[in-house]
Design a protein. Structure first.
Length: 95
């Protein structure tokens, strides 16, 4: 659990590049830690790695269907991804 908590400490300081490997190590040690998947999803989301974020949020939900944060973050990531895709399509389809 120490990797998980250190990941939280890094994330609170917006040091997501340091938090991500700690969440990954925590999951290596305990692959059923839904909160670590959810939190690692946030680190991917902040880097624009939406597919990885959604995968982690979905795994967190699979492990703990009551984890509201994972549902919320997955929905926000889907929405942000759609906005970015819409902007990209507007840019690439302009004459």
């Amino acid at each position: 659990m120490s990797y998980y908590y250190r990941g939280i400490a890094y994330a609170k300081k917006d040091q997501y590049d340091k938090a991500n490997p700690d969440y990954s190590k925590a999951l290596e040690l305990n692959p059923r830690l839904a909160e670590a998947y959810s939190n690692r999803g946030i680190t991917y989301d902040t880097k624009g790695q939406y597919d990885k974020a959604i995968t982690d949020y979905s795994k967190a939900i699979e492990l703990n269907p009551g984890l509201a944060q994972a549902y919320n973050n997955r929905g926000l990531t889907y929405a942000n991804n759609m906005v970015n895709m819409t902007k990209l399509s507007l840019i690439t389809t302009r004459p």
